[in-house]
Ligand binder design. Structure first.
Ligand SMILES: NC(=O)c1ccc[n+]([C@@H]2O[C@H](COP(=O)([O-])OP(=O)(O)OC[C@H]3O[C@@H](n4cnc5c(N)ncnc54)[C@H](O)[C@@H]3O)[C@@H](O)[C@H]2O)c1
Length: 291
């Protein structure tokens, strides 16, 4: 943590698959974490407040130190809470929950003078499930979002909303992390089964993000000091497959431009910008967990 890093951070979605890693990682790195979620985390004894983020008043109270027993205002927010994929509930319910939660977090932070926000966008804005092939690989942040579901549409709108919040406040630092498919070490036993059929995981170009590396990206986002809104693709350095990335592209997306020579298992979800501007360096690979 640098001297300019925020110290007391609220994490929304703290009880979720990614949130659990983020809370643990930030605490390990010396941050005071206030966990916020609709449901209590299964395995945490740290400060927690149950909040429905679709209620603006609850968000303001939680972030401002207004909740009894949690009287300290936070100086940064990590916003992860969401219905985390298309098709888990109706499109309208996904949109209503996710858009209201994100607006309320961004607006409450603005009202309270909190100027560091890191939030979860999604790889889906890159055009998943790539029924229309990607424009080129590795895909990156350089082309306009191509949401193909209501869930993804909302993530794309959140990125646009963040740009306007930054326009309204030139000192605001907002970092949107377009996470790939979040994985825990327990998930890796299934990975070798993907090899038989490239079609099984072509929907996200065979990408993934280890929850611990996702947490690293969140911390690096909190350490960013450059005002304005930036979005980053966050994936692991390799794919989920044993076959080479070049081989997979040639078979499954033969017409798509491969923009550079690829490392054998190099991710097709480009993380160059995150490496360059955040110092992101994925430390984990499923290959270290499976014989
Ligand atoms: N899981 C993935 O593969 C993936 C991929 C890309 C992006 N993301 C994004 O990352 C974030 C975290 O995803 P996850 O996999 O940990 O999801 P998760 O479902 O495991 O966790 C999300 C948490 O948000 C909470 N939540 C949802 N709506 C809420 C509300 N209105 N008020 C309070 N809490 C609320 C839920 O209770 C849950 O604990 C989400 O924004 C998701 O869209 C996830």
């Amino acid at each position: 943590m640098s001297s300019t890093s925020p110290r007391r951070v609220a994490v929304t979605g703290a009880s979720g698959k990614l949130g659990r890693h983020v809370v643990a990682h930030l605490a390990e790195h010396g941050y005071d974490v206030l966990a916020l979620d609709r449901v209590r985390p299964a395995d945490s004894s740290g400060p927690f407040v149950a909040v429905d983020l679709t209620d603006y008043g609850q968000v303001v109270e939680a972030l401002s130190g207004g909740v009894d027993e949690h009287p300290v205002a936070v100086d940064a927010v990590v916003h992860l809470a969401a219905v985390p994929a298309p098709g888990l509930t109706t499109n309208a319910a996904t949109f209503a929950n996710n858009s209201a939660a994100t607006y309320n977090v961004f607006a409450a932070a603005r009202a309270l003078g909190i100027r560091r926000i890191v939030w979860a966008s999604s790889e889906t804005v890159l055009g998943l499930p790539f029924e229309t092939p990607p424009p080129y690989v590795p895909v990156d942040e350089e082309y306009h979002p191509r949401p193909e579901s209501t869930y993804s549409l909302n993530k794309a709108l959140e990125e646009e909303m963040a740009r306007h919040f930054c326009r309204w406040d030139p000192e605001l630092v907002m970092v949107g992390l377009r996470f790939s498919n979040v994985m825990d070490p327990d998930d890796y036993a299934a990975f070798p089964s993907f090899d038989a059929d490239p079609a099984l995981r072509q929907w996200n170009l065979w990408g993934y993000i280890d929850g611990r590396d996702g947490a690293q990206a969140v911390r690096l986002g909190l350490e960013r000091t450059e005002p304005g809104c930036e979005v980053f693709v966050i994936a692991n350095a390799d794919t989920v497959m044993s076959r080479s990335s070049a081989d997979l592209m040639a078979e499954v997306f033969p017409g798509v431009e491969v923009r550079r020579e690829l490392g054998e298992h190099e991710t097709l979800l480009g993380i160059d910008k995150a490496r360059r501007l955040l110092g992101y360096q994925p430390a984990h690979s499923w290959r270290d967990h499976v014989d």
